[in-house]
Design a binder for this molecule. Structure first.
Ligand code: FES
Ligand SMILES: [Fe+2]
Length: 395
């Protein structure tokens, strides 16, 4: 329920460029000329604020799996959760349709939902304002108010989409439709029955790690570090044919993939679209599909299932990232071998150490804007360019 200005709530002003000048952050669309984002983009709290406003509030982000695990498909079911410091709740309406509403009363900002449950109506605990399950306000105490009800006295029905076992929500008008952002990834894994994969809870699913959130995204998109950071023996580099490594950049996502070094592991060719077949060796197997979805989501598909990483900014702390890691299992036998065959934890450790070291460099007086290797850093360049464009070129 947007007001006339297109905002989801009354009187919320968007941040102008926080004093940052476009020319200081320009990332050329031509990789041969482009310089990366300046170090300040990774260290300045005001830049992070701008990203939260202009990138994150306009992006599709997944609802916490703990919230939707608790969510019942019965009229009135509700589950509170938060996203980037904003309180929200999932609400099932009278037709069993899910919604995400801000968990903030439109009268005086008291939280509407304190714990999961099933209700007939949403009632604010502070002064008793009532909302229907569809978010419409009912408040007889305001009947003679000259302005009541304004559109924004109702609950904002935030854009919500479902795919497989995930819900994605945008906290404001999304910069692109859900299909535009996710359809390529969705189509590439259509035969993998993602919705049927079983969530396996990890010991540390959410942890705070060193480094700006963009460093983690950049690292995921950087294949050039694999032979060095994930080196032999027993490194990720040994599991794949590095010469077959491909990086495909799309408007909202990037796919990286490679053939497996071991002909016995990897996806069966019939489980992936025909374009992943090697015409010279049609039985060759793809080791993994590594999808990055802008701005901060990594969906790594393996024959054992799916590993999801989210690189969430920490409000006010550009040097830290809240690192989310969730597993969804399709094949238990392969899952048990994930360390041996895909080196999951080892790769994570090696990346975390490298990012921590880089984070120190970025904060030093010697950090500079680097160039990109045109043949090898397409993913990294794509990411820097899209951050720049989202902040300084999009409305
Ligand atoms: S804050 Fe909810 S009714 Fe006043
Ligand atoms: Fe890595």
């Amino acid at each position: 329920m947007k007001d006339e200005q297109g905002s989801f709530s009354c009187g919320v002003e968007s941040v102008k460029n926080n004093g940052f000048l476009k020319k200081d952050f320009f990332v050329d669309p031509d990789i041969r000329k482009a310089e990366g984002l300046p170090p300040r983009a990774f260290t300045d709290p005001a830049f992070l604020e701008l990203e939260l406003e202009k990138v994150f509030r306009r992006s599709w982000l997944p609802v916490s799996p703990d919230a939707y695990a608790e969510f019942l498909e019965v009229p009135g079911a509700q589950v509170p959760f938060s996203m980037l410091g904003n309180p929200l709740f999932l609400q099932c309406d009278s037709e069993k349709k899910p919604h995400v509403y801000p968990n903030v009363c439109t009268h005086a900002s008291y939280p509407l939902v304190r714990k999961s449950g099933v209700v007939e109506r949403i009632v604010c605990g502070q002064h008793g304002r009532v909302f229907t399950l569809e978010g419409a306000v009912r408040d007889p105490k305001f009947a003679v108010s000259k302005k009541f009800p304004r559109k924004c006295d109702n609950l904002a029905d935030l854009p919500l989409e479902a795919w497989a076992q995930f819900f994605f929500v945008a906290q404001n008008d999304p910069a692109a439709s859900f299909d535009e952002v996710f359809s390529l990834m969705r189509d590439s894994v259509a035969r993998l029955s993602v919705g049927g994969m079983r969530r396996v809870i990890q010991t540390a699913e959410i942890r705070e790690v060193e480094g700006n959130w963009k460093q983690h995204a950049w690292n995921y998109l950087d294949s050039m570090h694999i032979p060095l950071i994930h080196r032999s023996p027993d490194g990720l580099v040994d599991a794949l044919y590095f010469s077959s490594y491909r990086t495909e950049c799309y408007p909202h996502s990037v796919l990286q993939w490679a053939y497996a070094a071991n002909p016995k592991i990897g996806f069966l060719p019939e489980d992936l679209p025909a374009r992943f077949r090697d015409p010279d060796d049609p039985e060759r197997r793809v080791l993994a599909l590594w999808w990055f979805v802008f701005p901060n989501m990594a969906f790594s598909f393996y024959p054992w299932g799916l590993s999801v990483n989210l690189y969430m900014p920490v409000i006010g702390r550009p040097d830290k990232t809240e690192f989310h890691w969730h597993h969804y299992v399709a094949d238990e036998r392969f899952y048990r071998l994930r360390e041996e065959l895909w080196h999951m934890e080892k790769v994570d450790r090696e990346d975390t150490e490298a990012i921590e070291a880089t984070s120190k460099g970025l904060r030093s007086m010697f950090a500079t804007r680097g160039l990109f290797s045109p043949g090898r850093e397409a993913g990294a360049h794509w990411f820097h360019r899209l951050i720049y464009a989202s902040l300084f070129e999009q409305q």
